[in-house]
Write a new protein. Sequence first.
Length: 191
Amino acid sequence: HARRFIQEALDAAGAKRDIEFVAEVARRIPARTILRQLGLPDELMPRLHHWAQVLNQIGNVNVPMDTLLEVEQVLKDLRDVFRPEFAKRRQQPTDDFLSALVTANEAGDKLSEDEMFATCDIVLIAGHDTTTNTMSLGTAALAQHPEACEYIRQHPENAGNVVLELSRVVSMSTAMGRCVGKDFSWRGQDF
């Protein structure tokens, strides 16, 4: 499914002269993939983006009360989406992630509904946001370094390693700051 979603997004982008890369490619691919894995419809994509934006605001230390209220509403919305899906899969499990959660059992110990909600929240939001940011920021970094793009073209067998290195270079999470452990200068910049 992921390959198909990637191909569809790139084909649609390639058919246009101008695109909004984040919305049309970087956000679309992980959103569709995660929703598919969970067994949820593509129609949730706009809401998924909103949910991710709101929930990622709580990574800050001083969160205003109105933001906390918005976070509470998003968590309620997520429960409203997942609760009936859990019930459906208890009655008729399928081959998706939600069914795996609902039917998980180790020595008679099953996940509570709160544990399933928490797992789904993390998978849905963190996986979407991190992958979107990695694709967007990685693409921007590659656009600034055409020699890296040429390297990938010349050495496609190393593409996986390039992606891993890009993940180290760009900050892939909106809630993940990076701090240096010791002051230093690099390429004319003080860190």
